[in-house]
Each structure stands twice: as structure tokens, then as C-alpha cells.
Design a protein. Structure first.
Ligand SMILES: *[C@@H]1O[C@H](CO)[C@@H](O)[C@H](O)[C@H]1NC(C)=O
Ligand SMILES: *[C@@H]1O[C@H](CO)[C@@H](O)[C@H](O)[C@H]1NC(C)=O
Ligand SMILES: *[C@@H]1O[C@H](CO)[C@@H](O)[C@H](O)[C@H]1NC(C)=O
Ligand SMILES: *[C@@H]1O[C@H](CO)[C@@H](O)[C@H](O)[C@H]1NC(C)=O
Ligand SMILES: *[C@@H]1O[C@H](CO)[C@@H](O)[C@H](O)[C@H]1NC(C)=O
Length: 356
């Protein structure tokens, strides 16, 4: 199970495209890409969030990743040539204005070991007829493939145990009209974070202070997806030195650290620092709570849908500012983990709990 989590070493594989389908009956023509990767069987993010004070889910709240001033972002040491090359590429991509698209789309990437148990629920979400997802080899050409469609402006990674919490239009607007990627990112100094996982082999590029943690379930704007494609330097560092069975019995899981640390280093203001996929760690076990059919009630789903504070986020000293429009927004668009047996109940409740 642990080795399975090293899927991140195939980071770019996860964007394997299995098929794309048009959505014919929408006001806005939207294509949906269903990207399926078979890289591993167990994709359970088995880490425990440290409990902390609550943080409002607005887009202008810093948390978890520390507070950085402009000076601190200027490296204190001389960069290696590779780092300089990498920064030039990243900076150029970030400076490039997003592509103008008349038909902006969101690519939904399902990372699943096989079938998609909630296919019927997702079908309701997309309101399209979608056939059986054909599995294709998971290799890096897939991100390239998804990126090749210039209309794909945002990429969402979901697991097979994820379900939607809002209707499609809500999710579309939430992601499309936000200028950040929702990448979970925080400091965990404990044994399941820096202390137990960081390795000095990552030096000089990745310093201990820069090491970050977060859930693997992200959404990413196009520029960030391009940067992931362009990155080889940090990708190799994590592939080699953030894996199970490192020195002194350290077990590092790149899926919880590579993107989190990388984006923290290269574009901290461009990520929201939290994941829009809800998960319940309140049982404080190795795995998050998995919901069974008897747990599924309108109230439970409504709670997830409307939650606008994340009680599990470690609080940092950053001053909180209210969002520009003065409104709080729900934190979560998707939720996990659900047993397949919950499908029928979720379908019967879907239109009720997704009402905004
Ligand atoms: C995320 O955290 C970083 C600090 O690491 C901060 O600079 C950035 O502003 C935060 N992002 C948002 C959208 O608040
Ligand atoms: C996103 O938009 C907000 C508000 O307009 C702005 O303050 C922030 O700098 C923008 N962030 C990025 C990464 O463009
Ligand atoms: C929903 O949230 C309310 C208020 O926080 C809480 O009292 C209640 O127990 C929650 N219900 C479920 C089913 O989680
Ligand atoms: C943050 O809050 C403290 C205490 O309220 C205040 O002194 C400081 O000026 C604030 N910093 C910023 C950047 O707003
Ligand atoms: C959903 O809402 C409709 C209309 O309010 C109601 O008739 C129906 O019983 C609700 N379904 C469930 C499963 O609660």
C-alpha cells in the first residue's frame, strides 16, 4: 500500500486521458475529459492532519505555509545552474497571460485503480451520456494530451471514492473564475511531516524550511499544469529522495509533498493552500473516515456542502483578510471517501443537497 503511494513518481502519468466527450445539451458547450490512471491500487491519503484552529476558506487567507515576505523569497544562497534554468521557465510561464478561450473547459481527471463506482452519480453531475471509460496506459503523454486542448483551462484530480458536492455549473464557476490552483499546502513538522520525511539528499534545491505537506487531490489552472510538465529538476529530487524506505527508516510519499513543496517554492501566491476535496480526519486514524450507507443523510451532505471553515487546518500567524467581495465561500466542491454502497442514496439526494 505504501509503495502504491509512490505514484507521484509517475506524476505526469496521472493525467492520462482515457477519453473526452462533448456535452451536447448544455447552454455552454463543455467538454469533459475523463482521465484515468491505473498507476496504483491504493490511493488513500493515509496521513493525519494535525488538528488546528479553524480557518475561513476565502481566497486571500494565508495559512499553513508560513508567511513569506518578498525578501524571503529571494534565495539566500547561490542557485545552481539547473535551478536558474528552472526558474526562468517557470517565470516565463507565469508571465504568459492565460489563453483566451471562447469555450473554456475543465478537465476532470479520475485517478482510479479500475472502475468508477460513482459513475452514475458523476453522470448526474455532468448530465451527459458517457460511456464506459476506456483505460489507456498511464504515461506522461497524458498531461500533454490534456494540455493540447487549449480550451482546457483547469484540471481537477479526483479519486474513485470522490463524489460531487455541488452541481456542475457551480463547480465550473468556482474554479474558472478563480485565479489560484487549489493545492493543499501546509507545514507539518512532526513525524508524518518534515521530521519523518524530509531528507537532506534533497539539498540544495529543497531546503528543510521549504518542505511542505498536503493532500494530493488538487485542482490546477493551466499555467500550473504547464509548469508541472516543464519541471524535471524538482520532480527528480522527489522521485529519488521522497519515497518509502529512505535512510533511517524514513518513508516519504511524494504525492503528499512534491507539488505542495514545489508550488510553495515557485508560486506561493498562486495556490489557495487548501484542497477543495473534503475529507473527514476527525476519527484521527491512519485513514480518513469512510462513509457507509447508514451515514448518508441530507444533513451530512448539506454540512459538507456549506462548510466555510476548515477546522483541520493548522493556523498560522498570517493576518486574515476577507475576500474582495466580502463573502465567505464554501470550502469544498467534492468529498471523499464513500463506499460504493452509498451510490443509490447519494443519487436520490443529489439534487437536494447540491442546491446552492
Ligand atoms: C498560501 O500560502 C502562502 C504562504 O506560503 C501565501 O504567500 C499565499 O498568499 C497563500 N495563498 C493564498 C491564496 O492566500
Ligand atoms: C488573484 O486575484 C486577486 C484579487 O484580484 C489578486 O489580489 C491576486 O494577486 C491574484 N493572484 C494571482 C496569483 O494572480
Ligand atoms: C451538521 O453540522 C451541525 C452543526 O455543526 C452538527 O451539529 C451536526 O451534528 C452535523 N450533522 C452531521 C450529520 O454531520
Ligand atoms: C497583522 O495584524 C497585526 C495585529 O493586529 C498588525 O499589527 C499588523 O500590522 C498586521 N499586518 C498586516 C500585514 O496587516
Ligand atoms: C428532495 O427534495 C424534494 C423536494 O423538496 C422532496 O420531495 C424529496 O423528498 C427530497 N428527497 C429526499 C431524498 O430527501
Amino acid at each position: 500500500m505504501k509503495t502504491a503511494r509512490a505514484w507521484q513518481s509517475h506524476l505526469r502519468d496521472l493525467l492520462t486521458m482515457a477519453g473526452s466527450r462533448q456535452r451536447p445539451h448544455l447552454k455552454r458547450p463543455v467538454w469533459i475529459m475523463v482521465l484515468v490512471s491505473m498507476v496504483c491500487l491504493f490511493l488513500i491519503a493515509a496521513y493525519v492532519h494535525p488538528l488546528g484552529s479553524s480557518t475561513t476558506c476565502n481566497f486571500f487567507t494565508s495559512r499553513g505555509c508560513g508567511i513569506y515576505t518578498a525578501e524571503e523569497l529571494v534565495p539566500s544562497r547561490e542557485l545552481t545552474d539547473d535551478e536558474i534554468y528552472s526558474r526562468v521557465v517557470v517565470r516565463e510561464i507565469l508571465k504568459t497571460p492565460p489563453l483566451e478561450s471562447k469555450n473554456p473547459k475543465i478537465a476532470f481527471l479520475f485517478l482510479t485503480p479500475g472502475s468508477l463506482p460513482f459513475e452514475r452519480l458523476w453522470h448526474k453531475f455532468f448530465q451527459v451520456v458517457w460511456g464506459k471509460i476506456s483505460m489507456v496506459d498511464a504515461e506522461r503523454r497524458l498531461l500533454a494530451h490534456a494540455l493540447r486542448d487549449p480550451d482546457n483551462q483547469h484540471f481537477v484530480l479526483l479519486s474513485d471514492s470522490c463524489v460531487p458536492l455541488h452541481n456542475f455549473d457551480y463547480v465550473y464557476n468556482y474554479l474558472m473564475f478563480t485565479n489560484v490552483s487549489f493545492i493543499d499546502c501546509f507545514i507539518d513538522l512532526g513525524p508524518h511531516g518534515t521530521a519523518g520525511r524530509y531528507s537532506e539528499y534533497m539539498l540544495p534545491e529543497v531546503e528543510r524550511d521549504e518542505f511542505r505537506k498536503g493532500s494530493q487531490w488538487f485542482t490546477m489552472k493551466r499555467q500550473h499544469a504547464l509548469i508541472v510538465m516543464a519541471d524535471n529538476l524538482y520532480y527528480m529530487k522527489f522521485k529519488l529522495y521522497c519515497r518509502p524506505g529512505m535512510e533511517r527508516g524514513k518513508n516519504c510519499y511524494a504525492d503528499e509533498h512534491y507539488l505542495q513543496t514545489f508550488f510553495h517554492m515557485i508560486d506561493p501566491g498562486g495556490i489557495a493552500n487548501w484542497s477543495v476535496t473534503y475529507v473527514d480526519w476527525s476519527e484521527r486514524k491512519w485513514h480518513p473516515r469512510s462513509f457507509r450507507v447508514e451515514d448518508i443523510t441530507y444533513e451530512l451532505l448539506r454540512n459538507m456542502t456549506t462548510m466555510d471553515q476548515n477546522i483541520h487546518l493548522p493556523k498560522v500567524g498570517a493576518n486574515q483578510t476577507m475576500p474582495v467581495d466580502g463573502q465567505r465561500r464554501p470550502c469544498y466542491l467534492f468529498a471523499r471517501k464513500f463506499y460504493p454502497e452509498t451510490l443509490d442514496k447519494l443519487i436520490s439526494l443529489f439534487s437536494n443537497y447540491t442546491v446552492v
